[in-house]
Design a protein around this ligand. Structure first.
Ligand SMILES: [Zn+2]
Length: 116
């Protein structure tokens, strides 16, 4: 419950302008990404929870093609890694090649947190 509350506050503390600034920043960082990828990242924003420094949990959503209830995003040696890249998971070979929208959501989440 505490998490839900925190998310609500995260979103309400950021204005529409801040959100569009963060989205523009995300698009310029990943220029090859489609508009639908950016939209998925935005949808996942409220599903991001920082569980420890450098580690975030992103709730899985079946409507976004997720097969698991939760994904873990970590920063390892300065690079983002997501548990959907784990080699034992289906489609991981395909997914590993690109930055997934779980990571994109964490990048958005962090950009917005910095503004507070
Ligand atoms: Zn992922």
């Amino acid at each position: 419950m505490r998490f839900r509350m925190e998310v609500f506050m995260t979103l309400s503390r950021n204005s529409a302008e801040q959100l569009s600034w963060a989205l523009t920043k995300l698009k310029s960082r990943f220029t090859g990404k489609s508009e639908s990828w950016v939209r998925r990242c935005l949808k996942r924003l409220r599903d991001v929870e920082e569980i420890e420094v450098g580690t975030w949990r992103v709730k899985g959503r079946f409507e976004l093609g997720d097969r698991y209830p939760n994904y873990l995003v970590k920063v390892v040696n300065g690079k983002y890694q997501c548990s959907c890249h784990d080699p034992h998971k289906p489609y991981s070979r395909f997914r590993r090649r690109s930055v997934c929208s779980h990571i994109g959501a964490v990048i958005l989440y962090r950009a917005l947190r910095k503004l507070r």
